[in-house]
Design a protein around this ligand. Structure first.
Ligand code: XLS
Ligand code: NI
Ligand code: NI
Length: 441
């Protein structure tokens, strides 16, 4: 083991790739940043990102109990001094882990002041330090966002609040958050509608709230253009939590919303596995829906517990899941501004600092395996060839005529009257295909 350095994780060395036979729990077995897969390095494919809110700010509290996390550097306050210390903690963590990106909410990094002016000043002071640390380490900002859900002012929502002053406050907050993301050269900016939804329709003007949300996003696009921020805007779907019904419930609902309000050209989706599960979908489904619309931007990598009906934000370790995800990503042609952001937290029972390393190492290795397996499945080609053949009737003859818009209902009736009838002639072969996938896992 290499000698560990620095203040906050004194016993943890820089995490190295040691290969599949290593038994060192603080080493990568599969994530080899410089290894080339399908023409790009793993680092370039996967674009791993660490979340400030879970990894640096998460105290591991739940509905029934206070936080259990042991974080020796915390002094129990939310002071500016503490905020500065946390930046050092974050970047030591990022450096030792070897993650190229991070993501944050404005309020994760700097505390609120007595009013908006003071709050903005706090944020500016911390952004300066974030910038220095980014320059020192080469770590980049995958995306920034604004916390529009924790403070009591957002009890009825932010952009969809019944109170116009709250909309105005949220607008001011997001304006600033986009500006600091720009300042830090963030590659994107996320809108997750924390409390943009409702708990009961008895007190809610749904149409008016949706229009307000659209107005808010248009204003954000206008401001982005005004300041010359080139990063990608994303919407992050989630069906429930904290509200019973969120307006950004799943990929299809978000796409429809963006299309209805003429926002689709300015937004892509940031998809999260646990949110897909809560929406009653698989992550694979959500990804394919977004990809079909040309709107998959980034992913929040985590997983839920199928026995628990809430957003448990666990680290992803299931190789089937990561294989499915990476098949879709490779099929799409890879990330551009997006990445694999670990919106995940260690369990309340895993309260030591070293658990943060085990968790991320496991997630990164699971995705590296998913990437290698997906590339092998693609190289083998049987899966793609099966799908190609399954749709072969569309490539020529009547199928090609229909697809090119050259056949009317009348033509199709005439065609079928001549043919008489058809019988199903190809099996779906689900079991065979599942067996093929398993050959690679
Ligand atoms: C909550 C969301 C949130 C977003 C960022 O469930 O996943 O963490 O990713 O606001
Ligand atoms: Ni998320
Ligand atoms: Ni989530």
């Amino acid at each position: 083991m290499k000698k560990a350095t620095k203040a906050f994780f004194p016993d943890i060395p820089k995490i190295q790739y040691e290969g599949p036979n290593s038994r060192n729990p603080l080493a990568f077995k599969h994530y080899n940043p410089d290894e080339v897969v399908e023409g790009k390095t793993m680092k370039e494919h996967l674009r791993f990102s660490v979340t400030y809110w879970h990894t640096i700010r998460g105290q591991l509290a739940d509905m029934f109990g206070v936080g259990t996390a042991l974080r020796p550097w915390e002094d129990g306050t939310n002071s500016m001094k503490m905020a500065e210390t946390r930046v050092r903690v974050a970047f030591e963590f990022l450096e030792k882990l070897g993650a190229p990106f991070y993501a944050f909410h404005d309020r994760d990094v700097a505390p609120e002041g007595r009013n908006l002016r003071e709050t903005n000043r706090n944020l500016d002071a911390i952004v300066k330090i974030l910038k220095q640390e980014q320059q020192r380490t080469g770590v980049k900002l995958l995306w920034g966002t604004a916390c529009l859900f924790a403070h009591p002012r957002y009890v009825h929502g932010a952009a969809t609040s019944c109170n116009a002053d709250v909309f105005a406050y949220a607008a001011a907050q997001v304006k600033k958050a986009i500006e600091v993301t720009h300042e830090l050269k963030g590659e994107g900016y996320v809108f997750w509608g924390g409390r943009e939804g409702y708990s009961t329709l008895w007190n809610t003007d749904l149409k008016r709230e949706m229009e307000h949300l659209a107005r808010f996003l248009h204003l954000a696009v206008d401001h982005k253009k005004a300041i010359g921020f080139k990063g990608q805007f994303y919407i992050e779907p989630k069906p429930k939590e904290p509200t019973k019904h969120q307006y950004d419930s799943d990929a299809a609902a978000c796409l429809n919303f963006l299309r209805e309000y003429d926002l689709l050209k300015d937004f892509k989706l940031n998809l999260e596995t646990n949110h897909a599960t809560l929406a009653g979908h698989t992550m694979q489904h959500e990804m394919e829906v977004a990809i079909a619309a040309g709107a998959l931007g980034s992913i929040d990598a985590n997983t839920g517990d199928l026995l628990l009906g809430w957003d448990t934000d666990q680290f992803p370790t299931n190789i089937y899941l990561t294989t499915e995800i990476m098949l879709s990503i490779l099929h799409m042609g890879g990330f551009t501004t997006g990445g694999t952001n670990f919106d995940a937290k260690v369990r309340r029972e895993s309260f030591e600092p070293v658990d943060l390393f085990y968790a991320h190492i496991g997630g990164m290795d699971a995705f590296a395996r998913g990437l290698k397996i997906a590339a092998a499945i693609r190289k083998d080609g049987r899966l793609a060839e099966f799908i190609r053949q399954r749709y072969a009737s569309w490539d020529t003859g009547i199928g090609a005529k229909i697809e090119s818009g050259k056949a009317s209902f009348k033509d199709l009736e005439a065609y079928m009257l001549k043919r008489g009838d058809i019988t199903p002639n190809t099996s779906g072969r689900q079991e065979l295909l599942e067996n093929i996938i398993n050959e690679f896992i």
